[in-house]
Design a protein around this ligand. Structure first.
Ligand code: GDP
Ligand code: MG
Length: 427
């Protein structure tokens, strides 16, 4: 990926928006992101592995907090989630931490996104951006994006989203010093919302937010997000605020009006959010030609309709050859060693039961097991090799076509194969 702009300062994106409120760097920040976007990698890089792991009160969700090396700033690694819709304990925790319901509230959120999967990752980011907190985007895995031919225009993305964007490769520590420098500056202002709800729902959300503020049920910055959450999740996992005496009647009336207007309060925000994200991604990224990697070339053969079988049977023949022919050589050595040892012992011990115990019991007994060692070593060597090179998955794919004809999964060729030596797995 081409990185058009290495570092972002709050001023780059905040021109025209609200003025920066704080003049000191934040003391407490949270890392949010989808599962597997590299959040923990970044967390470890920032904290140098010095952190505390605990649980959130009353739930088994892990809470990991640490100090940014060389600073007084604390970082909280939130559970990985795809959204803040509160469908799972992880989502509830992430949402409630960010809403300050587990004080202290983070002063800024770093949303980590996987650059090669921007559209999906920006969904959570856009929700976090509605919380009324300062937000910066860690555009992680730019190396992966580059590998799949994706170019992200960082400056443009930053302008479209209205938050600072910091490209990085967390695993290699690239972009980390830029992030640390960014953390030493005062936080940007909370982003302004760039997407719109369908008109009647926008109105209802704002009215409910105003009510929450008036009733002092929610701090002003996050009121809009909380109101939207209450409106769109009136069913199962509702915010407990939905049942507040001051909220319930207004909420019910709003839901009736939305129904009359033929708006689904659950899906409308999701659709609008994705529509906006799609637009941002279309503008800020460019999908170039997907480079053909050597993995693709190998796969073209290894998973080919005909060649795939040839490769598979060739490899299996090689494995059989190794286990049942080549292994004979070291097996001979073991046998030789056993005989030599037996002869040596019989020359030294007098004829009798004790000699028989040593030779026929110990030496022959242990030898009877050790003799199979070469075969087992060859087998496990090959299995390890096939698994770690990723060939096993290809083989299962190739065999799936054949095995599915008899109602079996492609992977079942392995136990069938091993039944050459022992029938139990095959059965
Ligand atoms: P989390 O689930 O968000 O906490 O993700 P992790 O930090 O556990 O990372 C998931 C995987 O992605 C790990 O194998 C990391 O080594 C890898 N990873 C993290 N950052 C990068 C990156 O920038 N580039 C690449 N290629 N891999 C990364
Ligand atoms: Mg993690």
């Amino acid at each position: 990926m081409k990185i058009q702009e290495r570092t972002a300062t709050p001023d780059d994106v905040m021109d025209g928006a609200e003025p920066v409120q704080t003049t000191a760097p934040v003391r407490y920040l949270a890392l949010a992101g989808n599962p597997n976007c590299g959040k923990t990698t970044l967390f470890n890089a920032l904290t140098g592995l010095r952190h505390r792991v605990g649980n959130y009160a009353g739930v088994t969700v892990e809470r990991r907090e640490g100090r940014v090396v060389g600073t007084e700033q604390s970082v909280l690694d939130l559970p990985g989630t795809y959204s803040l819709a509160a469908r799972s304990p992880d989502e509830v925790i992430s949402r409630d931490v960010l809403l300050g319901r587990f004080p202290p509230a983070p002063e800024m959120v770093l949303v980590v996104v996987d650059a090669s999967n921007l559209e999906r990752n920006l969904y959570l980011a856009s929700q976090v951006m509605d919380l009324g907190l300062p937000v910066a985007l860690c555009l992680n895995m730019v190396d992966v994006a580059e590998r799949v031919g994706l170019t992200v225009d960082v400056a443009l993305l930053q302008r479209e989203l209205g938050v600072p964007v910091l490209p990085m490769v967390a695993r290699k520590g690239q972009g980390l010093s830029e992030l640390k420098a960014f953390l030493r500056t005062p936080p940007p202002a909370a982003p302004a919302r760039q997407w719109e709800l369908p008109e009647p729902m926008g109105r209802e959300t704002q009215a409910l937010a105003d009510l929450l503020i008036r009733e002092k049920l929610c701090p002003t910055p996050s009121a809009w997000f909380v109101a939207l959450g209450i409106l769109s999740h009136a069913g199962a996992n509702a915010d407990s605020l939905a049942d507040h005496a001051a909220v319930r009647p207004a909420l019910d009336a709003a839901l009736r009006r939305l129904e009359a207007a033929d708006i689904d309060p659950h899906s409308a925000p999701v659709e609008e959010r994705y529509a906006w994200i799609q637009q941002v991604v279309d503008r800020a990224t460019h999908q170039g030609e997907i480079p053909v990697t050597w993995t693709d070339r190998v796969d073209a053969v290894a998973t080919h309709k005909v060649l795939g079988f040839v490769v598979f049977f060739a490899l299996m023949a090689l494995m059989f050859q190794a286990i049942f022919t080549w292994a004979q050589i070291p097996m001979g050595w073991v046998e030789q060693g056993q005989t030599t040892l037996s002869d040596w012992v019989s020359g030294r011990l007098p004829e009798g039961e004790f000699r028989s115990l040593i030779i026929d019991g110990v030496i022959a007994g242990v030898g009877g097991v050790v003799i199979f060692m070469p075969q087992i070593m060859f087998l496990f060597f090959f299995l390890g090799l096939l698994e770690d090179t990723g060939y096993m998955a290809r083989a299962a794919f190739v065999m799936d076509r054949l095995m599915s004809k008899v109602g079996l999964h492609g992977k079942s060729f392995i136990p069938l194969l091993s039944s050459f030596a022992c029938a139990i797995p095959g059965i």
